[in-house]
Every structure is written in C-alpha cells, then in structure tokens.
Ligand binder design. Structure first.
Ligand SMILES: [Zn+2]
Length: 229
C-alpha cells in the first residue's frame, strides 16, 4: 500500500516536473523572442537617430526666371515641398536655355501650360526658371507640393549625358537638404501619372535605383551633419 502510494506520488511528481520543464522552456523561448524584438527596436532607434546630413552648398545656377504668366509661371505660392520630381525634356539634343525659352514663349503662344523649376543641360549647366517658393507646371496633381527638375538628353532613349547626370545628382542632393527630404522622396513623373517620363528611368528601373543611391552617396560624402530642427 505504502509502496503503491509512493509510486503514485512519484508519478505526480514526474508530471509536475514535466510541467515545470515545459513552463521553463516556454519562458526561455518567450524571453529570447522578447530580447530579439527589443534588439530590433533599439537598432531602429539608433538608425533613426543617426545624424542627418545636408548638402548646404548650392550648385552653380544660371537663374533665368520666367516672366509671371499663366501659361508657365503663375506665381502661385508653393506651400509645401514633399517630393522632388525628375523629368526628361523628350526633345533630344535641345539645350537647357532652349527649353527655358520655350517655357517663356508660352506667355505669347498660349500653346500649352508647362514649365519646370530647373532644367539641367547637356553640359551640366543648371538653368533655374521658377523660384522654389512658387509652383511650376510640370507634374500634374503634384505641382502643388513638389519641385520639378527637367533634364536634357542627346538620344531618343532619354539617357542623360555624364555631365547632366553629375549636375542632377548635385542639384537633387542640395534640394533634398533644403526641403528636409530624403531619397525616398525622389519620384519620377511616371510615378505621378504613369507618363513615360523620364523615359530612361521608366525603361530601366535599376538605373533609377542607382540614381537614388548616387544621390544618397553624394549627400554622405559632401553633406555636413544638420542642426537639430
Ligand atoms: Zn515629365
């Protein structure tokens, strides 16, 4: 009788022990998961607090502002800037000034309503047509919260010349800093309307990603740590 009871008791003990092991196991798994999550959280916080760099040096600009007119420079205040939109002129071989003069001529021709804040030329020159405090007519529904950059190109494929590309990277890096934006805020005209603009970056998604990476690298190399805002 005693023996039997003892055996029974020992069985209960065994059960108890197994339960304890199970609880310990679950607690360990839980703790590891929690630690992993915490670690990830800490990593995110650290990366978010990595000091932001800003390129404060403005690239050389040829400021050739358009006359105020309702076809290319309405003079409307640009209240906020949430993105930079990249375009191509779709006019192979044309220069930045030719494109700027086309925008200016719209005040008389009334042909259409179009413009851009900046035009980057075939030799890397940057012509500014509209102050960044005003809207341009380049990006449809996003005219009211974006800055537009048009780029000249030689070929039908819309690929930018190295000089154009370098100036575009420089200008974009500067503008991102000026408006407190990141490379995540770089978009193509295509991303707004589905239009094949800038053609080369619609046809070559990898080149578009590379462009954003080059801008980020430029900011990293030439930027200085921004003051806390
Ligand atoms: Zn466009």
């Amino acid at each position: 009788m005693t023996k039997k009871r003892r055996r029974k008791f020992s069985k209960r003990q065994k059960k108890q022990l197994m339960l304890e092991v199970l609880i310990l196991f679950l607690a360990t798994v839980g703790a590891i998961t929690l630690l992993a999550l915490l670690g990830k959280g800490v990593a995110t916080v650290i990366s978010e607090h990595r000091p932001r760099k800003v390129v404060s040096e403005q690239p050389e600009l040829d400021v050739e502002l358009l006359s105020i007119n309702k076809y290319s420079r309405p003079g409307t205040v640009l209240k906020e800037v949430n993105a930079i939109v990249i375009h191509y002129t779709a006019n192979p071989g044309s220069t930045a000034m030719q494109n700027r003069n086309y925008f200016e001529g719209l005040k008389d021709s009334h042909e259409t309503m179009v413009s851009s804040h900046f035009i980057v030329g075939l030799e890397g020159e940057i012509v500014q047509c509209i102050p960044t405090a005003e809207i341009s007519y380049a990006s449809n529904d996003r005219n009211n919260d974006t800055i537009a950059i048009e780029c000249c190109h030689m070929g039908e494929d819309g690929k930018f010349e190295p000089a154009t590309y370098d100036s575009l990277v420089q200008l974009t890096a500067f503008l991102l800093g000026k408006f407190d934006l990141t490379t995540e805020d770089l978009i193509r005209h295509y991303d707004v309307t589905g239009k094949m603009c800038p053609k080369y970056y619609v046809d070559h998604e990898d080149a578009w990603e590379q462009f954003k990476k080059d801008v980020a690298d430029y900011i990293d190399q030439h930027g200085t740590v921004a003051e806390d805002r």
